[in-house]
Ligand binder design. Structure first.
Ligand SMILES: Nc1ncnc2c1ncn2[C@@H]1O[C@H](COP(=O)(O)OP(=O)(O)OP(=O)(O)O)[C@@H](O)[C@H]1O
Length: 552
């Protein structure tokens, strides 16, 4: 049993009552159906051998068994799905928690379509396990045992035919399990890849149109679709082969039983019951075998969901928590950081300070490490060595960091909803009108923004992001190229507003515009992960003009 399957079994264990109901319903249904088939066959056997049969009693027994089998089948279907949805609701919650725990640092390395596949389709695949497989495995064993005992009561020799064939039926999925596993992996990988590419395509439709790349994209999607179709065809072909072999084995069991009765046991009247027992007791085993043929798909889905829900948090939760003052400064203290253990060192001993009430501009060439400093200040990662402190408290000792540090990110994400809904993201009770006023956005807060804010201009989106950050009231404000989307006029107005907001905050600005940098109280120049110089705009003007001359 793989760790992921063990984990799923544990999830079912938490709902023992529901599982027990599923099992009882399944057992009742299957045993009653077997009993009804045997009773019918017994009547036929009596007729063949010319014996009279108590028709009233037989009819009553048959009717009774059918009356049990039919509602039991309905009940089983109801409770099995109920169990499945109970477990799946819990799993979905765990997946959401996992995404929240590892986001956003780790999500940067995963494609959003891949993640959607894990969250949606993999969990649907697992539904099948809970609703159809676990209880049936136990039922199959019980029905097989009951059928074998009944067959032995007719003649133990009958077991010589039925037991080896039952073993064969149950092991059919094992014969091709390597292929099944490989096909399951391929099926999930092909599905995830296609989902990722479709999500990517829809998100990038504007670029695809602008760069006349729609045709090539269609070819790419066609190739990914063929890959998925090939994987589905191979899986179906193997599944079909296994189903045919199983049917064949059941037919052989019935024929072998008939042959044994005709040549060795020589009691033709027992033939119908013996044949029904041989075929019917293998029926549930065959069903389970058919379900198990999907084991590969199931295991791959379970592995992916399990990997996600057991992914450790990117940074440990806060410990030995300390209070942060209401007017904190921010200090980077000899910070060293690399994204991966064997990757290059991105920050190499960075130290600087953002006093409360001041604005510090972090500047440097592309790749110098500016956004990495922001990620560390938001604690998406922890430094390898050195510390980041807010109000003198190291970040790992601050609870609810979002109450102290807020951000206007480079790529603003707006949710489908109104302006108000977006501005209140971090502060449900915030004064939206005042935040919008400060952000220089004269717009009705009830206006819907569309998916990802498509109905707004780039400048409006940036200002909603500014309003959203200011609404939190956090005393540390990070502006990551926040004004990139504004024209000069709008930029100056927003800058004026931010100057007001900055008076009561410690502000870190990452901006490529000289005008923005000029407004900062202090400038820190980063070069290849090191602080190359710091000072006022006038003190650094020569180096800054070099930098900007190189960039332009
Ligand atoms: N998630 C990541 N995983 C691995 N390496 C990364 C990651 N993000 C950034 N890097 C690398 O770290 C270095 C610093 O990147 P960073 O984004 O901090 O630079 P920057 O100064 O903000 O650049 P820009 O002005 O272009 O945004 C770069 O070499 C970049 O390739």
């Amino acid at each position: 049993m793989t760790p992921s399957i063990r984990w799923l079994a544990g999830a079912v264990g938490a709902h023992r009552r529901a599982f027990f109901s599923t099992l009882v319903a399944n057992l009742l249904g299957q045993l009653a159906a077997l009993g009804a088939a045997v009773a019918g066959a017994w009547l036929v056997g009596r007729a063949i051998s010319g014996q009279s049969a108590p028709l009233d009693l037989a009819g009553a027994v048959l009717g009774g068994l059918v009356a049990v089998a039919v509602p039991a089948a309905w009940w089983e279907s109801y409770v099995a799905h109920d169990l499945a949805y109970l477990v799946l609701a819990k799993l979905r919650g765990q997946v959401y928690d996992a995404v929240a725990r590892i986001a956003p640092a780790r999500l940067l390395g995963r494609r959003s379509g891949d993640l959607s596949a894990a969250v949606l389709s993999d969990i649907e695949t697992l539904e099948w396990l809970f609703a159809h497989t676990l209880a049936q495995l136990i039922t199959a064993g019980t029905v097989l045992a009951a059928g074998s005992v009944a067959a032995a009561m007719i003649d133990p020799l009958l077991l010589l035919v039925s037991l080896p064939l039952a073993a064969c039926v149950l092991t059919v999925p094992l014969w091709l399990r390597k292929a099944s596993r490989a096909q399951g992996d391929e099926l999930r990988a092909a599905t995830a890849e296609l989902t990722s590419d479709v999500v990517d395509t829809v998100q990038g439709m504007r670029e695809l149109t602008a760069f006349r790349a729609l045709e090539r994209r269609r070819d790419l999607l066609a190739r990914k679709t063929s890959r998925l179709a090939r994987a589905q065809a191979a899986n179906a072909a193997r599944g079909g082969l296994e189903a045919s072999v199983t049917d064949l084995l059941i037919a052989v069991a019935a024929a072998g039983t008939l042959l044994l009765i005709a040549t060795v046991i020589r009691s033709p009247g027992d033939a119908p019951v013996a044949m029904v027992l041989a075929a019917s007791s293998l029926g549930p085993a065959a069903q389970v075998a058919l379900l198990l043929k999907e084991y590969g798909t199931l295991r791959a889905a379970a592995d992916r969901v399990h990997t996600l829900v057991t992914a450790p948090a990117n940074v440990p939760p806060p410990r030995e928590v300390l209070e942060v003052s209401a007017q904190p400064d921010v200090v980077f203290e000899d910070v060293r950081f690399r994204y991966t253990p064997d990757g290059p060192e991105v920050l190499r001993g960075v130290s600087f300070r953002i006093p409360y009430g001041k604005t510090v501009a972090l500047v440097g060439a592309s790749g110098a490490g500016k956004s990495t400093c922001v990620s560390l200040l938001l604690r998406y990662w922890d430094p390898d060595s050195g510390r980041v402190l807010v109000g003198g408290v190291p970040l790992p000792r601050i609870a609810g960091l979002h109450r102290h540090v807020t951000v206007v990110p480079q790529d603003v994400h707006l949710f489908a909803g109104t302006i108000e809904h977006n501005v209140r993201l971090g502060a449900p009770g915030a004064d939206v009108a005042s935040a919008l006023r400060t952000a220089q956005l004269a717009i009705d807060p009830a206006v819907p923004v569309g998916e990802r804010g498509v109905t707004l201009s780039g400048g409006q989106r940036a200002r909603v992001a500014v309003a959203r950050a200011l609404a939190t009231g956090a005393p540390v404000l990070v502006l990551d190229e926040a004004v990139a989307n504004l024209d000069t006029d709008n930029e100056a107005r927003l800058a004026e507003a931010l100057r007001e907001a900055a008076a009561g905050r410690a502000t870190l600005v990452i901006a490529h515009r000289l005008s923005t940098i000029r407004r900062a109280d202090h400038i820190v120049l980063l070069e290849e992960g090191r602080v190359a110089a710091e000072g006022s705009y006038d003190e650094l003007s020569e180096r800054l003009s070099h930098l900007f001359a190189r960039q332009s």
